[in-house]
Design a protein around this ligand. Structure first.
Ligand code: SME
Length: 162
């Protein structure tokens, strides 16, 4: 197992994700435990890219409940349709928020968070089972490149877990 996740600076964001993906896959190997997979993926993404907050909310009954994450403490439960995460659950699709102050109903877990992207993890029946949430302390930090690669990671996790 690699001891550290390393990504070159000075290359494009897409190239950084291309470097990170095989490292995450090598890190988790054939592990199938949900906690181990989500925790390791959150840590690899968070420390690889230096995000402000990186983690997962899991669908448990009628709420999103905080799961494995890296970063400051965060809200533990989010209702269906509430905030960015609850909206992504309801709509079943990723959401990029360039400025959290402009997203109606955004749930502020930490005032330093300025932009975010959320990506749903779906099971084989297309039901949302978890949400990957990544926050930045910079405005406009995420774009369609992040969406493409984070969806690739989310789909890879979903296939293993759900
Ligand atoms: N901002 C999110 C809540 C989760 S935290 O950012 C970690 C939202 O509006 O759903």
């Amino acid at each position: 197992m690699a001891e550290n996740i390393t990504i070159d600076s000075g290359v494009t964001k897409a190239e950084q994700y291309e470097q990170l993906l095989p490292q995450i896959q090598s890190l988790v190997g054939d592990e199938t435990d949900e906690q181990a997979l989500l925790a390791s993926t959150a840590a690899a993404l968070h420390h690889g890219f230096g995000f402000f907050w990186t983690g997962f909310y899991r669908v448990i009954e009628n709420e999103l409940v905080l799961g494995a994450f890296q970063g400051p403490v965060a809200c533990m439960r989010i209702a269906y349709g509430r905030g960015v995460c609850g909206t992504a659950w309801k709509e079943g699709q990723s959401i990029i928020v360039p400025d959290v102050d402009q997203f109606p109903g955004h749930i502020s877990c930490n005032s330093a968070s300025r932009s975010e992207i959320v990506v749903p993890l779906k099971d084989k029946n297309s039901e949302v089972r978890a949400i990957l949430d990544v926050d930045s302390n910079q405005l406009n930090a995420f774009d369609t490149t992040d969406q493409q690669y984070l969806e690739q990671i989310a789909n890879w996790l979903s296939q293993k877990l759900f």
